[in-house]
Design a protein around this ligand. Structure first.
Ligand code: PRP
Length: 189
C-alpha cells in the first residue's frame, strides 16, 4: 500500500516538512497498543475517539490492541479553521454507547491547552464508567493550562503547529501518513 508520505507538502499556502515519520509514529502507536492490551486484558474496554482529529490514530491504535474491545465516537470542535485554540469547546456529536460500568479509553490526537480533554473527562465521568483512561498521540505540555489526567501519551512536543495523521489545517492535510510542521526559512543575513 502506498501511503501519502512526502518529505515536504504545501497546505493552505504554507510549506510543511516532516516532523515525525511514519515509522516513528507506527513504532510508538504499536507500543501503546501493546501496553493497553496488557493493562486491559480482562476488561473489555470501549475506545471513544474524539472526532475529527483522532480517527487515524485510533484506527491504527485499535489494530495493535489484541484483546476484545469496542469503539464509539464523539465530536468536538475548539479550533475552528484557525491554528490556535478558540478557547471554547463545542459539542457536535454525542456517543451512542451506554458507558455506565464500562472501562472507557478516551482517545485524542492532541492535547494542547487541555480544555477539550478536561471538558470530556468531566462529561464522561457523569455517566459513571467503571474506569476512565485518557490517551493522546501528541501532548503540547508547555501549552497545557488545564489540569488534565493523561494516562498514555505518544509524543510530548513543543508548541508547534502540527499537521497530518488526522490533524488538519483548515480541514486539509488529515490524509498525510506522517506528522508535519511549518518549514520556516532561515532568514538571509
Ligand atoms: C483539536 C484536537 C483536540 C483539541 C485539543 O480539535 O483534536 O480535540 O483540538 O486542543 P485543546 O487541548 O486546546 O482543547 P479541533 O478543534 O482542531 O477539531 P478536529 O479534531 O476536528 O480537528
Amino acid at each position: 500500500m502506498d501511503l501519502y508520505t512526502p518529505e515536504f507538502v504545501h497546505c493552505n499556502g504554507e510549506k510543511f516538512r516532516v516532523y515525525l515519520t511514519h515509522e516513528e509514529i507506527q513504532d510508538r502507536v504499536k507500543k501503546i497498543g501493546q501496553k493497553i492490551s496488557n493493562d486491559f486484558y480482562d476488561r473489555h474496554p470501549i475506545f471513544i475517539g474524539v472526532l475529527n482529529g483522532s480517527f487515524i490514530f485510533l484506527s491504527d491504535l485499535m489494530r495493535y490492541v489484541h484483546i476484545p474491545c469496542e469503539v464509539d465516537f464523539l465530536k468536538l470542535s475548539s479550533y475552528g479553521d484557525e491554528k490556535v485554540s478558540s478557547g471554547q469547546v463545542t459539542e457536535l456529536k454525542e456517543i451512542d454507547a451506554d458507558i455506565r460500568g464500562r472501562h472507557v479509553i478516551l482517545v485524542e490526537d492532541i492535547v494542547d491547552t487541555g480544555l477539550s480533554m478536561k471538558f470530556l473527562i468531566e462529561k464522561l465521568k457523569r455517566s459513571h464508567p467503571a474506569s476512565l483512561t485518557s490517551v493522546s498521540l501528541l501532548h503540547k505540555s508547555d501549552q497545557t493550562q488545564h489540569n488534565v489526567q493523561l494516562d498514555y501519551v505518544g509524543f510530548r512536543i513543543p508548541s508547534l503547529f502540527v499537521l497530518g495523521y488526522g490533524l488538519d489545517f483548515a480541514q486539509e492535510g488529515r490524509n498525510l501518513a506522517q506528522i508535519y510542521i511549518i518549514d520556516k526559512k532561515v532568514p538571509d543575513n
